[in-house]
Design a protein around this ligand. Sequence first.
Ligand code: CA
Length: 760
Amino acid sequence: MTLPRKAGAEIWLQMACSFNNWLNQATGTLVVGLALTLTACGDSAPTRFGDIDQARVLTADSQPQNWLTSGRDAGKTHFSPLQQINQKTVERLGFAWAYETGTNRVLEATPIVVDGVMYASGPMGRVWALDARNGKEIWKFDPIVDGQINRKACCDQANRGVAVWKGKVYVASLDGVLYALSAETGAVQWKADTIYDKMRGYTVTGAPEIAGNVVVIGSAGDELDVRGYVTAYDLETGMQKWRFFTIPGDPAKGQDGAASDSAMEVAARSWSPHSRWDMGGGGAPWDAIHYDPATKLLFVGTGNGGPYSRLPRDPSGGDNLFLCSVLALNPDTGYLVWYHQQTPGDQWDMTATQPMIFTDLTIDGQDRPVLLHAPKNGFFYVYDRRDGTLLAADKYARANWAKSIDLRSGRPIEDAEAADYSFAPKLVAPATFGGHNWNPMAYSPATGLVYIPAIDSANLMATGDSKPAHRPGLWNPNVAVYFMDQVAGAPESLPPAMQKALPGLTRDKDALKQGGVLRAWDPIARKIVWEVPTTGWWDHAGVLATGGGLVFQGSSNGKLRIFDDRTGQLLKEIDTGSSILAAPMTYMIGGDQYVSVMAAWGGGGFGYSHPTDAFVKHGNKGRILTFKLGGGEVPKPPELPPVGPIPAPPAQFGSPAQIALGAQLYGRDCALCHSNLRGAVTPDLRRMSQATHDAFQVIVGGGALKGAGMPGWADVMTPDQIDAIHAYLISISRAAFEAEQKALKEGKTPEEKPGFFRAG
Ligand code: CA
C-alpha cells in the first residue's frame, strides 16, 4: 500500500479526532480551544465559515480535504489529490447522504467545501450551506426572483456556482443581482444590480469569480439581444470597480466610459458601422471567468454572435471581435492584456465560454504556464497564459466548420463550403450545443490527461431574414436550427427547402452520426488517448479526476460511473435514480473521503427538454448526492405512477389558418422551453387539465403561473394570438389523443413521436 502524500497530517488528525471523541464521552462538552483545530473530525459541528483567501487557494494541494474554488484549486483542474477512494477500494463506494434542494429545475454547480461546510447553488441563484459530514442544512438562501425573468433565460434556471472568500459567499441570481452573503448565516451583506439595460434579454447564470481585490460576474443572453460584459465589484462594499464590454456598441452613441473603451477601438474595426447594434451583437461571457494568481490575469471566455446569421448581423462579414474569444484582463483595472479569437465572425453559437484549466506543461523542452480550453467549436487549445502564445489547437470532437487552425496567425482555415449557411442550408459540426458545453472537464497531473465530456454532433442550419426585425428583450437568433434527431429521425417533418438540401449534405457517411463521449485528451501529444461513449449526445455530465487513479462522470440515466484514469476501463457504476449533468467533487472529513454531485435534469434547448430514463421513472427532485467507502445503496426518489392515457381534449376551435398561426407563434416564443410537447422539465401540454384550458389566457397572457416558472406574454401577444396558440395545442392534443385511443383499441402500445424545436 502506498501512503497518501499527507499521511503524517492525516494520522495526526485522526489521533486528534480520537482524543476529541474521548473528551466528548468523558465530559460531554467540547473544549473550546480545540474546536478550531478539530473541525475536520467526524463528529464535531463546523465552526469556521468561508475561511478562504489567496494563500489558502495557492496551497490547495496541501489541504486536499477542502475544495476551495469551483474547480478545487487555483487552476480549476477539477482534480483532487485524495486517494482513499482509489482503483482498489472504489468497489466499496456507496451512499453517504443526500440533501433535497426542494427544487425541480437543473442543477449545474460544483459545490465548494471548506472546513467541513459545503456551499452549493441552484435554480435562480438559491444557495445551500450544509454540514458536509451528513448533509444537515446550516442555512439556505433564496434570492426571490420574479418569475417573469424566465422569458429571458435561454437555458432553464441554471446557476453554475458560488465563490467563497473571507467569510462571504458570493452568488448571482438569474435576474442579475450579485449577492454577498455571510458564510456563517446566509444573511445578505450587500447586493448589486449588475444589469445595465433592463430592456434587453440579460440573465446571469455563471459563478462569480474572486480576482485580487474584486469579485467579477458575467452576463448571458446572446440568443436574445444582449451586448456582453463583465463587471467587477469591491469585495467588501459591492461598489462597482470597472466594467468590460466584450463587443463594441453603436458608434453613434460614443464611448461607454468603461474599462473596455480602448479595447473597443480595436474591436470596432472588425464590425461594420452598419451592424445591427439594436440586436445586441452577443459576446456574453456566461460561464468561464477564471482568475490566475500566477500571472495575475483574469481570463474571460466570450459568447456567440447575436443574431446568429453573420451577414444580417454585420453586412461586412468582419471578424466581429471579441465574439467567441479568450480575453486576458488586468483585474485591478479591467484593461485588456491579450486576446485570441477562436471563431472569427461566429455564426454557429460556438462560444468560448467553456470552463478553462490552468496548469504547467513542458512543451518542446520549454516549461510553460498554460491555459487549456475545449470551447464549443471542437478544437482543443493550449495557450501560454502569460501572453496568449498559441501552442496547440487540434480537433477533440467532430468539427467541419474549419479544417485546422494556423498556429502562427491563430486563425482557423475555414471550410465555407461545409459550414457557411449564409446562402444555403448547411449541416454544421459541432451542433449549437458544441463539442463541449458548460460541463466541467478535469485535468490530472498524475496522468497528464484532460478528461473532456465531449459531444460529436452536427445540426442543420439556415439563415433567417436578411433584415430581421428586432424584438426587444426577446429571442432574436434569426436562424433556423434543426437538430440531428429530426434530420436523421424524421426528415419528412423538415420544411421542403431543407428536405431538398439534405441529400447534398449527407454524402459523408458519418454526416448523420452523433453521440456523447468521455474523451481522455493528451494536451502535449495532441491526441485522444481513450474514450468511452455515453448514453447519447444529450449525455455529457461534468467530470472529476482524483489521485486515486479515478475519473468520475454522472449520466442522464442516473448512473454515476467511475473509470480507470489511464485506460477508461469502467470500474464501478452506482445507480442513483437522479439524472446528473453537473461535475462531481470530492473532500475529506474525519478520515473519510466523500464524493458529492448535484443531480437534476434540465438546462438548455431541445435535448434537455427530453425526458431521460431516470426522469421518467423518478421525476426531477433536485438532490445533492454524497458517497463514501462502505456506504450502501442510494435511496432513489419514489417511482412516479405510470403516465395515464391522454385525457380527452376540449372541442377544437379556430380555423386552419388560426391553428397555423398558433403553430408559428408557438415555434417562435414557446418552443424554447416547451420544445417537446410531451414535456420534461416543463409540463406535457397535451395533458392540460380542463382548469388549465379554462385559464389559458390568464396563464399565457397574464402570467398567472409566473411563480411556477411560466412568464406572462400579454405585452408581446394579443389575446387573439394567444387563442391561436391554444387552438394549435388543442389540435396537437386531439391528434395525439385520437392516435392513442386508436392504438389502445387495437391492443397496441401507443407510439409517440417526439416534438421538434425550431429556433428563430
Ligand atoms: Ca449561445
